[in-house]
Design a protein around this ligand. Structure first.
Ligand SMILES: NC(=O)c1ccc[n+]([C@@H]2O[C@H](COP(=O)([O-])OP(=O)(O)OC[C@H]3O[C@@H](n4cnc5c(N)ncnc54)[C@H](O)[C@@H]3O)[C@@H](O)[C@H]2O)c1
Length: 447
């Protein structure tokens, strides 16, 4: 089928375009960002995702995909028009749908025959209905008919290509049989259950999923804090929980809290929707609140560990919001760095793939070339992203490089026992401490 993706160089748009092209659809990725369009036409990808580069080369060679900033031409040439523009957080947790409105305007201006508009962006409940009315009242060519369907995306940053090509389910919110049948045809080569529902329920499914995942993370972070206070060990607690099939182990790792482009903004948006609808949203508010507590707790640990020190050089290992991506949007590491800057710590950072930060943060941190270099002369090493290379660090070497051998491992990726053996004063999230302050003073060494 002929498919256009409006927002086609974005995270979701590009992966959707390449994925549908791999399924033999004829795809045009259209975007207002000409730099990214030019880059893609010259083989430069705007994001890093495993497998994306190879798959793009393959579908390009078969002429299944094209990139353009000519939105009108893309709309005219396509039967199905995906909209995957950004829907960032607006004021007071509201979702800013201005990119969507602009995209809809372009579609309304350029419809030449029947079009199926599939909204992939995460949008508040009722937005598809609004989009249908907006298109109807802005349509230039009144002889054209159209349908609007909701087709939320569940891909994860870091495994986006695999998630798109092998999704666990495809959700289609459609108000007409014709629209639902077209979407089923589009996805007919995917070996995946397709759930067809109404547009509002489809929109809600996306928010319910992200809010549930965030709830699990906040829940286990709270359990981990209680473990620390009562001297229980979160690793043992998790081992005992995970085997319960009703619970399972995914999204149940204590850490610095959730981050990334979606979870926070989606929960805030759902809270906003609930409040407007007069629903009780106390649980969702607590999930968000707990996430903020997590960064504060890490800050408290840093301050507690360094309370007696004169020099305060802190090294942050990992900047992306999770391993496997260079995405730093709403990353816990960045939120922590902002707090460290407020307290005037000297900050050294290292990440295997992120090599610069936003302009406002860049001058306030020093980039290291390796974890080992970041440890040199440091008073506190904080692991914020679960990159494999941090799991394999030589802790004895880290011990000798640091001025004060203190590690705060917010991902629980190091062994408490190994850190203890290396002479390091170690804090995980919800883990037992094997050393006390006196031990640390004995082990303190100056590089
Ligand atoms: N990133 C994820 O992991 C993820 C996962 C599932 C769902 N989502 C949702 O998908 C949507 C897109 O997210 P993203 O991360 O891909 O955003 P993004 O910012 O990476 O991409 C959005 C793209 O839309 C383009 N754009 C904006 N207005 C346009 C217009 N009028 N015409 C053409 N192009 C336009 C931008 O230039 C940009 O390239 C959001 O609603 C998000 O919540 C994201």
């Amino acid at each position: 089928m002929n498919v256009a993706i409006i927002g086609g160089t974005g995270y979701v748009g590009l992966v959707t375009g390449v994925g549908l092209a791999a399924h033999n659809h004829q795809v045009i990725c259209a975007d207002i960002n000409e730099t990214k369009i030019n880059g893609l036409n010259n083989g430069i990808l705007p994001i890093y995702e495993e497998g994306l580069s190879d798959l793009l080369s393959e579908v390009k060679a078969r002429k299944k995909i094209h990139f353009t900033s000519n939105i009108s031409a893309a709309v005219e040439a396509s039967d199905i028009i995906f909209v995957s523009v950004g829907t960032p957080e607006g004021k007071n947790g509201e979702t800013d749908i201005s990119q969507l409105v602009r995209a809809l305007k372009s579609i309304a201006n350029n419809m030449n025959t029947y079009k199926l508009i599939a909204i992939k962006s995460t949008v508040p409940v009722g937005t598809n209905e609004m989009a249908r009315k907006f298109l109807q009242s802005n349509l230039k060519n009144h002889s054209c008919s159209f349908d609007v369907v909701s087709n939320p995306e569940f891909l994860r940053v870091g495994s986006a290509v695999q998630d798109f090509l092998s999704p666990e389910r495809i959700i289609v919110g459609a108000d007409s049989k014709k629209a639902a049948d077209m979407m089923k045809k589009l996805y007919s080569s995917f070996d995946t259950p397709i759930i067809v529902t109404d547009t509002k329920s489809a929109e809600m499914i996306k928010y319910a999923c992200n809010s549930y995942l965030a709830t699990r993370i906040s829940f286990i972070n709270e359990i981990a804090e209680i473990c620390e206070k009562v001297n229980a060990d979160i690793h043992a607690v998790l081992d005992g929980m995970k085997l319960d099939k009703r619970i399972g182990g995914l999204y149940l790792s204590p850490g610095p809290g959730f981050g990334g482009p979606c979870l926070s903004k989606d929960i805030k948006s759902l809270i906003n929707t609930g409040v407007k609808a007069n629903a009780n949203v106390n649980l969702l508010k607590s999930v968000m609140g707990r996430n903020d507590v997590q960064i504060m707790n890490i800050m408290h640990t840093v301050e507690h560990e360094l309370a007696e020190m004169d020099a305060k050089k802190v090294s942050v290992l990992g900047l992306s919001f999770k391993a496997g991506t260079n995405d730093t949007r709403n990353s816990p590491a960045i939120r922590l760095i902002e707090k460290l800057i407020e307290k005037n710590y000297e900050i050294v950072v290292y990440d295997p793939v992120v090599k610069q930060l936003e302009d406002v943060l860049n001058p306030q941190v020093t980039f290291s070339k390796s974890a080992d270099e970041a440890a040199k002369g440091s008073d506190c090493l904080i692991i914020m992203t679960e990159w494999d290379e941090f799991k394999k660090m030589d802790l004895k070497s880290v011990y000798y490089r640091m001025r004060t051998p203190v590690i705060i491992d917010t991902r629980n990726i190091l062994s408490v026992e190994e850190a203890f053996k290396a002479g390091i004063r170690y804090s995980g999230i919800g883990t037992r401490k094997l050393q006390n302050k006196e031990t640390m003073k004995v082990y303190r060494n100056i590089v």
